[in-house]
Design a protein around this ligand. Structure first.
Ligand code: GLU
Length: 497
């Protein structure tokens, strides 16, 4: 167990996991896999005021959907059925360690009230000074604290930061980083509700659980000296730190919804494939060292190394993600694509899926017969809703917009002519097969001296309700003679009204 790699993904369940968080989880997972180590999930829920149970569920769902399975620490039972470790269940341990730090002179009880802190900040602002705690609690006596306690005032424990000197650590991506201790205020390690802060809790847990590598966002670099100070005070070794680069939008500002970025579950709901999102996210800040982009999970596991994680921020590109998703859709076998389409399309209309009047379950063999004709055109599974709905709708539910039939040069008599000729062919043709249909319709186009595009468009609109749809003759074949006739007849009636 000693030298085994153990990494953790340690989200705070305060919001729906966004792609930045999950990119860290992906790095964790890959690193554990490429080193035959373990990957655990630790729920950091010590900020009870911001705890959101929906967020916790979304964390599990996001990881499961992406296939990032997590393990137990050998010999250490997880706290939940979901096999995760949960900080709020480990409160006693943090209190005990915080007290040890007080006893060893590395921390102290502080009764500074929130009002005092606000007024301190205000004064500093007026003087143009950076806001920071002025370490006033260091000078409170035991009697002061006892008195405040009996008056019901909130008491915290703060870490006593040495006032001079410096502290350094090695970030596995950036190398040595040095901090002046004079810039660090005495920080809270145990809050007045008895819960630890992140600074204390994760250090205690990383040690207690035997974490060897900490992958986390670059925004934590400036807090790392605090963590090192706790390590020193507790005389414990430091794990390796890998601060992964930020993810920015195309305009180089911090990634947000504005840039099209969604939570992982939103991407799932928009019809992205987990393999594509995984592949795309891993390339935000890491590369195999060449131009290769489309890589399977096992390929990535083989190629992954910390040295190839970049120091500079990654730029999120929604269009590239869509492009990559399209590639993954095209890589699917027709069977897999049909199953993916069905499980997507069966969801309610409100989620962008097939209209509710279409009966579920959706017929597998029907989807399988259509899938090859739309596979090339899909960027997301959601795109298929528009391309497929008319196959499943009843003839009377096909909505037609009359204006769609008209171009600058055609007239109603041309349109009706095309449709009547189509009826004629569809009625008479012996084998109702796409290639036979195509042959007859192309011959007709020559006979009538009407360009194929002009002849076919009214037929397409009539049977699908759309100007753009899957290839016409395959569509006719899949719909079948009866439905084609009924839809074209209905369109002729509408055009004559
Ligand atoms: N709970 C922290 C967060 O969600 C984790 C940071 C870390 O991985 O140490 O940002």
């Amino acid at each position: 167990m000693k030298n085994e790699i153990l990494v953790r993904y340690a989200p705070s369940p305060t919001g729906i996991p966004h792609i930045g968080n999950i990119r860290t989880a992906i790095f964790d997972w890959i690193y554990s896999k490429s080193n035959h180590g373990n990957f655990i999930l630790r729920i950091e829920d010590t900020d009870q005021s911001r705890y959101d149970p929906k967020s916790e569920t979304a964390i599990y769902e996001s990881l499961e959907w992406l296939g990032l399975s997590w393990n137990e620490i050998p010999g250490k039972k997880p706290d939940t059925l979901k096999k995760s470790y949960v900080q709020s269940k480990r409160k006693k341990l943090y209190i005990q360690i915080a007290q040890e730090l007080v006893n060893s002179g590395n921390a102290y009880y502080d009764d500074t009230t929130p009002e005092e802190l606000i007024s301190l900040r205000k004064k500093q602002q007026e003087l143009g000074l950076p806001p920071r705690y002025d370490n006033r609690g260091r000078y409170r006596t035991k009697e002061d604290i006892d008195k405040s306690k009996s008056n019901g005032l909130p008491i915290v424990i703060r870490f006593k930061v040495p006032q001079n000197g410096s502290i350094k650590f090695t970030d596995e991506i950036r190398g040595k980083i040095n901090f002046n201790l004079s810039e660090i205020e005495d920080f809270v390690i145990l809050k007045s509700d008895g819960m630890p802060t992140y600074h204390l809790a994760h250090v205690v847990d990383d040690k207690d659980m035997g974490i060897t590598h900490v992958f986390r966002g670059e925004e934590w670099i400036s807090s790392t000296p605090k963590h090192l100070l706790i390590h020193q005070a507790l005389n414990i070794s430091t794990p390796k730190y890998i601060h992964v680069p930020l993810i920015l939008g195309k305009d180089k500002s911090k990634l947000s919804k504005r840039h099209g970025a969604k939570s992982v579950l939103e991407y799932r709901d928009q019809g992205y494939l987990p393999e594509a999102l995984f592949n795309y996210l891993v390339l935000l800040g890491w590369s195999p060292g060449n131009d290769e982009e489309i890589m399977s999970k096992s390929d990535i596991i083989k190629k992954f190394s910390i040295e190839k994680i970049s120091e500079s921020p990654a730029v999120f590109d929604q269009e590239k993600l869509e492009w990559m998703n399209g590639i993954y859709i095209r890589k699917l076998s027709i069977d897999k694509l049909s199953k993916a389409l069905i499980s997507y399309l069966e969801k309610p209309e409100i989620d962008g899926c097939l209209p509710d009047q279409i009966k579920r379950p959706i017929n597998y063999s029907q989807v399988k017969s259509i899938a090859p004709f739309i596979q090339e055109r899909l960027k997301t599974l959601k795109d298929s809703t528009e391309m497929l709905d008319f196959f499943f709708l009843a003839d009377e539910d096909i909505k037609i917009n009359k204006d769609d039939y008209f171009t600058k040069s055609n007239q109603i008599k041309d349109i009706l002519k095309s449709l009547n000729e189509a009826l004629n062919i569809i009625n008479k043709i012996k084998k109702f097969k796409s290639d036979e249909l195509e042959l007859l319709f192309r011959t007709l186009s020559k006979e009538l001296n009407i360009k194929p595009g002009i002849l076919f468009t009214p037929i397409r609109i009539s049977v699908t309700g759309k100007k753009i749809a899957p290839p016409l003759f395959e569509t006719l074949e899949i719909l079948g003679r009866k439905r084609c006739l009924s839809r074209i007849n209905k369109a002729i009636k509408l055009l004559k009204e």
